[in-house]
Write a protein that binds this ligand. Structure first.
Ligand SMILES: Nc1ncnc2c1ncn2[C@@H]1O[C@H](COP(=O)(O)OP(=O)(O)OP(=O)(O)O)[C@@H](O)[C@H]1O
Ligand code: SF4
Ligand SMILES: [Mg+2]
Length: 355
């Protein structure tokens, strides 16, 4: 597959200013050095707890936000430093879809106006705009009768379809989808997710799919990147992440997702992480996860683990003691007896419906 996007050392630091003189006293390191690539037509999911930097990453890639460090290379071109008019061609290629696209739009606009707006901005509406809007409505599973309706006349799922049609209007190659279905009922989530997968097959779109719901992520992803406190701690093919996670944080996240096969439910116990996520303005030394990790040793405080591959299958993780490298008692059973770690309980299952 052709590489569409490459991100190197991507960072976003927000300065913290105090006092009358607004002195610079530190930085919120929202995103703190990411490296990954994306292929044409692929779905890479970004997962992790609230505040780990998923949206900030997505907004930088769509260039709604300027990075404070690193490089974003889209289709061979460095887009990190572009601004103003120089960003216009990129706006066509990379689109960002919000959790609630309508929240930022006027309630006085019809679906037609909303979908047509990017075409008007692009200057292509005059040519065949009305026909293109009808085509886009059809692509997202709506009919031309929906074109004249206003936001309040649509259900949540339909609103999301209108948002999707708007994002597709300029003919992008990459969509950044930030929690696109998390506000919807589970049955509607499945419909939208299946629509996204169909569009991906038809149009060869790449998706950067941001979510903290691993049931959905399992359904949509080709690869998954797990973020913790502004960094990627594990990245790899979906099957490897779900069947053989290497990082303790990934294990903890996965333990909270349902297991479809009832025979396997007892295999996976829920790990409830203790303690809060540390502040991104003062991350722990060494491994950032060490204050919540049941496997932490001295080296974890002194040396930051690098994101490394243990096999040549594109699966990388950043841990001094990845899964299976400690003796079984230390490795498998997190619990209060092991200090800062987590507690274990049987997990409750919630199945993700096939649509
Ligand atoms: N404009 C800003 N100024 C200062 N800090 C910010 C700003 N925007 C985001 N942050 C901080 O950056 C960190 C990452 O935020 P971000 O919204 O990217 O997280 P997220 O992973 O998308 O979380 P969620 O799952 O809740 O959407 C958070 O600690 C957040 O408080
Ligand atoms: S074992 Fe050490 S390096 Fe690995 S996640 Fe835990 S604290 Fe981090
Ligand atoms: Mg977010």
């Amino acid at each position: 597959m052709t590489e569409l996007l490459r991100v190197e050392g991507l960072a976003k630091h927000y300065p913290i200013r105090r006092g009358v003189l607004r002195r610079h006293v530190g930085d919120v390191r929202a995103v703190d050095g990411l490296d990954f690539g994306m292929a044409t037509g692929e779905t890479l999911s970004l997962v992790g707890e609230s505040g780990c930097g998923k949206s900030t990453t997505g907004r930088m890639i769509a260039r709604l936000l300027a990075p404070s460090g690193g490089r974003i290379v889209f289709d061979g071109r460095d887009i990190s430093g572009l601004s103003g008019k120089a960003l216009s061609p990129l706006r066509r290629e990379v689109q960002f879809m919000f959790q609630d696209p309508y929240a930022s739009l006027s309630p006085r606009m019809t679906a037609h106006d909303i979908i047509a707006e990017p075409l008007r901005l692009q200057g292509t509406y005059r040519q065949n705009g009305a026909a293109r809007v009808t085509e886009l409505l059809d692509m997202v599973g709506l009919s031309r009768q929906h074109a004249d309706r206003y936001a309040h006349e649509f259900s949540g799922g339909q609103r999301q379809r209108v948002g999707l049609a708007r994002a597709l209007a300029p003919g992008p190659r990459l969509l950044v989808l930030d929690e696109p279905v998390s506000a919807l009922d589970v049955s509607i989530q499945a419909q939208i997710v299946n629509q996204l997968r169909q569009l991906q097959r038809e149009l060869g779109l790449a998706y950067l799919f941001i979510s903290h719901d691993l049931s959905i992520v399992r359904h949509v992803s080709h690869r998954i990147a797990v973020m913790y406190l502004g960094r990627i701690v594990e990245i790899g093919p979906r099957a490897r992440i779900f069947s053989a996670p290497e990082h303790p944080y990934t294990r903890a996240l996965l333990s909270a997702t349902p297991v479809a096969d009832p025979a396997r439910r007892d295999e996976r116990r829920r790990i409830t992480l203790q303690g809060d996520v540390p502040s991104p303005s003062d991350p722990p030394s060494g491994c950032r996860f060490r204050t919540r990790c049941w496997k932490a040793r001295d080296i974890c405080a002194n040396e930051e683990p690098k994101l490394v591959a243990r096999q040549e299958d594109g699966h990388l993780s950043a841990c001094h003691f990845p899964e299976g490298t400690l003796s079984s008692g230390e490795d498998i059973t997190p619990g209060p007896s092991q200090g800062a770690g987590g507690t274990v309980e049987k997990k409750e299952a919630r199945a993700w419906p096939e649509g």
